[in-house]
Design a protein around this ligand. Sequence first.
Ligand code: UT7
Length: 373
Amino acid sequence: MFKGRFRKEEKKQRRAAVVSVGKYMPPHILTNFDLEKMVDTSNQWILERTGIKKRHIVKNGLRQSDLALRASQEALARVGWSPMDLDMIVVGTVTPDHIFPSSANTLAGKLGAIGVPSWDVLAACSGFMYSLYQGMVTVESGRADKALVVGSEVMSSIVDWTDRSTCVLFGDGASVLLLEATYEPYGIIDMEIGSDGRHLKLLHMPGGGSAHPATHETVNNKEHFLHMEGQETFKLAVRKMLLVAKTLLERNHVNPEELGLFIGHQANLRIIDAVTKRLNLKPDQIFNNIERYGNTTSATIPSCVYEAEMMGRIKKGDWILLVSFGAGLTWAGALIKWGIDPLPVLGADAMADDSVSDTYSDRLKPGRDWQKQ
Ligand code: UT7
């Protein structure tokens, strides 16, 4: 497991700071009541067991790269960067438009970031956090000054809509963070990541890879949908997320009560409750949006960061702890000293579920003084 000691001691001066955020959730909403008409489930079961009320689902040919594009454009517009200013684009996803080329390549093409290196990271629900790790180390090393880190998913494309045990859980969406090199005492202070490949079958998609290429048989056997053993995954999620959180806090001498905000992967509200109770966190130290979006896999954590920032729940100088857990198994955490001056708090219309329009960025102030120094 990565301990981070050498990095902290030797390279503490140059850090990767989060300087902008972007989010796009497709406009079409699927509620628990809609699902009641599709499978043998109830709003009450879904709400009590998961905390989810609704989720956003793509329609009309909207692709994963389109969601990523809109979220990225918003984040870039906010700081006034051109796509060509970027030094790297990394996308965490399990639902790329195609197996290859990567969805990051497609996103770079759609953005007009021609020549900018771009690649995908496959780490399931930790996909964004693993991507953040790559962004962090690349910026810290001096190989990149500006990085676009994306979590984007069309989970509806790999969900079996006749399987009530999984179809009620997931949603579509994209969110991004922009990283920039800084010598200020802000940014990603430390990360912890790890994996355990012995639990592959707890959460996986059996078909479509080289082990089981698509055949009539794999389609008939529903091998191109995700499969999950929920209870076991639940237990391991609580254990690992707690361990990651404690490791980062202890290693950096931050007490849980000093945390401005804890954001956990939005797979199940009960998982987050179990972790945050064990950390003795107060409700105002926790941010969730699973109620509105369900589990958007790699997009959950950056979408929470986005909303927390927009709602004024994060202030410059706050400690933010992000923790993910997902198939692989994979897990990751990031301890961030938030460095962004307050952005304009948006009105109710801008926080609506399908709020992010192409003109949304126009209402935001581009750039912040400390970034221009
Ligand atoms: O994002 C990556 C990581 N993912 C996770 O961490 C997810 C972890 N797992 C979970 O969040 C939970 O295990 C689930 C939400 C998936 C399931 O909740 P649970 O409390 O573990 O339920 P269960 O699987 O033990 O099922 C309990 C009962 C079963 O019925 P019986 O056998 O007791 O009669 C299920 O058939 O609930 C039934 N059930 C449902 N009932 C109504 C399962 N799904 C549904 C449903 N509606 N949608």
